[in-house]
Every structure is written in structure tokens, then in C-alpha cells.
Write a protein that binds this ligand. Structure first.
Ligand SMILES: *Cc1c(COP(=O)(O)O)cnc(C)c1O
Length: 394
């Protein structure tokens, strides 16, 4: 199937798989195998020399995983895609591929907690330094770029305050210096936002979230240019070994098929819940990228199809009240992660961002009264009734 002529909703179901090559199997077969047999010693030699196409060992490639890679590449408009055993395996493979001792990474101020942890470790162990920028203007970014900067790493919307960064603007500055831009697109999924179309170079995903969508897989994906992903496949993926299991790749292919309809329902529900939260007397602030009065709304309109399914809000009070509120919920689940059918709610300061030092947390505006909500696919009225009753008990 040609990538160019099909729409997102078709690509997400068909790309990268030809049933006629697999005995007509409609579902992508699960190749649950660690290794592959050669018909002769010479064939084995040719496979390892890269002279003959074909599989040799599942850390180097697996047919089920190949389909997933082609599918994410097509959805993100990249030339190649790779799958990993977790979002962090994907993030670390990309960051390590782009840096060596003495290099510098410029990050958006506001990062997933473990990405922050990884950068801290790279600094402490390998002297790969990093800085943060709000990335609100070209000048602001230029001021933070150093001669040794080899990577710009961006998350947008920023977890959990939902600030947005103009990806096209970042890509334009980066091009002046010939520095690749990596975007963590987990919160939006390729259905809502495609950073490569905005001029960025590499997209990383925790596929654990919206891409899998059912809360049953931990996995990561990367998409981008062929040359770069070839080098990642041959070095930081093959030699560090953070590969996905064939079964998890199979589950992701299954989950992905409904991504567009799931995302639209997540967005529909989140828009309703956002309106309700913002008018509730027990709620102080609500952060949602779909908010038309938000200062970042023009960026949202430029690069995101809709506002997504994540809302953060601050209640009146502090940590005690935030924990009380969570404990009063009746069917909504207290859990980290996001993007599942179930609505998930968590307290960032003590959960996802507990690893971030207090001072950095304050800078990221992760207050003790901040709650993050991943709006699920249940009836929005039921989600609201549960939130409302728990808020009213405060
Ligand atoms: C969850 C998450 C990650 C890490 O992914 P894992 O699959 O848990 O390893 C990275 N970035 C963002 C934005 C995430 O939400």
C-alpha cells in the first residue's frame, strides 16, 4: 500500500502489512520466536554480513515488530520507525545516539520525570550536560544553545501544566545551528500532532499510553529519518538491547487500529470535563490545551488537531486535600500512566514527579495541590459525577 495516498484512519489499520504474504491471515501474525533458522552456513554468513535480507535473531529484527515500525513511521510521516521495550528505552536509545562525553542537550523546561532522571545520570556519569529553556521565543532558545549542543529535546504539551511549545519555531532555530530536534509526542499521539511535519527530526513515544490505549503494554516507539534510525537500530538499540517483545508489538498493532476513534472520544470527554472543572468552586486553576482562552491557544491551533485527553487542575488546599480528594473517588482509578480506556487520576508532586527535586518542581509549577487527570472513554457524565462528589466533600 502506498503511504502517500492513504488517510490517517486507513494507514493506522493497513500500513506495513500484506496479508497475502502471510497465508491470507487478516490479523498480523505473532512471530513469538527468539531466533531464525538458516538453510545453510553460507546463508547465515550472508545474513550477518548484511548481504541478504532476512531475519537472524529477534534482538536484530522480528516480522511482527517490523510491521509496527512501518506503521508508526507512516503515521508520524517518518522514513523509518523502531519499537522498544518501554518509552524510556526509546528515549535513552535516541539521547545516547545523539550525544557523547562533553556534549550538551537543550531541553524544554518541563520533562517527564524519568527523562529528567536519565539526563541527570548522563551528566553525572558521562559529563553530558543539559539546560532548560521555556522555548517561548527564538531569541530565548538561541541564548541557551552552546557550541557543544548536539540535541534539542522537547515535550509539548508539557506534563503536567499543559504549556505548549511552537514546534515549527523550535525547528527553525535548530536548523540555523544544524542541531536535531527530538520531540516526545506521547501526550498527543500522531493523530493529534505530527512533529516531523513541523520540521522536527525525531519523534519518541511512550506507546504504553494512547498508542497501546488499553493499559496492558509497556512499550516505546521512535520515528524519523532513515539514516538516523538505521544508526540507532545498529547501535543503541541492538547493543543496549531495549527491544520490544513480539507479543507486545502485536498488542500495539491491535490497539493502534482504534487510535483515531479513541482519541476523538478522549477529546470529546475532556472538553466536557474541562468546562465543568473550570466552573467548580473547589477548583482553583485548570490547565487544558483545548482551552480557547489559554495564551498558548494559537500554538494549539497551528500544530494540534484537538486538545487531547489530559487535564491538570489545582484544588484549593495542599497535599492533604489533594490526597483526600483522590481517596473520595468512587470508581475513577488512582493510577499514574495515561491514555487508557479507564479514567486515571494521580498526584504529580508525590507520584510521577516525586523524583524531581523540590526546586525544579517549583519551576515546573508542579504544586502540592495539582492533580492530573487522564480522561478515559467512559460516559463523561459518570466521570463528572464522581469528580464532582469527591470535590464537594473537600
Ligand atoms: C510514560 C512516559 C514516558 C516513559 O514511557 P514508559 O513507557 O513508561 O517507559 C516518557 N514520556 C512521557 C511524556 C510519558 O508520559
Amino acid at each position: 500500500m502506498s503511504k502517500k495516498h492513504k488517510r490517517f484512519e486507513t494507514t493506522v489499520i493497513h500500513e506495513g502489512y500484506d496479508s497475502q504474504k502471510m497465508l491470507g491471515s487478516l490479523a498480523t501474525p505473532l512471530f513469538q520466536t527468539s531466533t531464525y533458522t538458516f538453510e545453510s552456513a553460507e546463508q547465515g554468513e550472508r545474513r550477518f554480513a548484511g548481504e541478504e535480507e532476512g531475519y537472524a535473531y529477534s534482538r536484530l529484527g522480528n516480522p511482527t515488530v517490523t510491521v509496527l515500525g512501518e506503521r508508526i513511521a507512516a503515521l508520524e510521516k517518518g522514513e523509518r520507525g523502531l519499537a522498544f521495550g518501554s518509552g524510556m528505552a526509546a528515549v535513552s536509545a535516541v539521547l545516547i545516539a545523539l550525544t557523547k562525553t562533553g556534549d550538551h542537550v537543550l531541553c524544554s523546561s518541563g520533562l517527564y520525570g524519568c527523562t529528567f532522571g536519565l539526563l541527570t545520570m548522563m551528566n553525572d556519569k558521562y559529563n553530558i550536560t543539559h539546560d532548560f529553556s521555556a522555548m517561548e521565543s527564538k531569541e530565548g532558545i538561541r541564548l541557551r544553545i552552546k557550541p557543544e549542543t548536539t540535541c534539542i529535546y522537547v515535550e509539548t504539551p508539557i506534563n503536567p501544566t499543559m504549556k505548549l511549545i511552537d514546534l515549527q519555531m523550535v525547528a527553525e532555530v535548530a536548523r540555523e545551528y544544524n542541531i536535531p530536534v527530538v520531540v516526545d509526542n506521547t501526550f498527543s499521539s500522531p493523530y493529534l500532532q505530527r512533529p516531523l511535519e513541523q520540521g522536527c527530526d525525531v519523534v519518541v513515544h511512550s506507546a504504553t499510553k494512547y498508542i497501546g490505549g488499553h493499559g496492558d503494554v509497556v512499550a516505546g516507539l521512535v520515528a524519523g529519518k532513515k539514516d538516523f534510525l538505521d544508526s540507532v537500530a545498529m547501535t543503541t538499540q541492538k547493543d543496549m538491547g531495549g527491544i520490544i517483545s513480539p507479543f507486545d508489538a502485536w498488542l500495539l498493532l491491535r490497539g493502534l487500529k482504534t487510535l483515531p476513534i479513541r482519541m476523538d472520544r478522549h477529546c470529546d470527554n475532556a472538553e466536557k470535563i474541562f468546562e465543568k472543572l473550570r466552573n467548580h468552586s473547589k477548583v482553583a486553576n485548570v490547565y487544558y490545551p483545548g482551552d480557547e482562552s489559554h495564551p498558548d491557544y494559537p500554538i494549539r491551533e497551528k500544530q494540534m488537531k484537538r486538545g487531547g485527553g489530559l487535564i491538570s487542575f489545582e484544588i484549593h488546599g495542599g497535599k492533604v486535600e489533594a490526597q483526600q480528594f483522590l481517596n473520595k473517588l468512587s470508581f475513577l482509578k488512582i493510577a499514574v500512566s495515561l491514555g487508557d480506556a479507564e479514567t486515571l487520576i494521580q498526584h504529580p508532586a508525590s507520584m510521577t514527579h516525586a523524583v524531581v527535586p523540590e526546586e525544579a518542581r517549583q519551576e515546573m509549577r508542579i504544586t502540592d495541590e495539582l492533580i492530573r487527570l487522564s480522561v478515559g472513554l467512559e460516559a463523561w457524565e459518570d466521570i463528572w459525577e464522581d469528580l464532582d462528589q469527591a470535590l464537594n466533600l473537600l
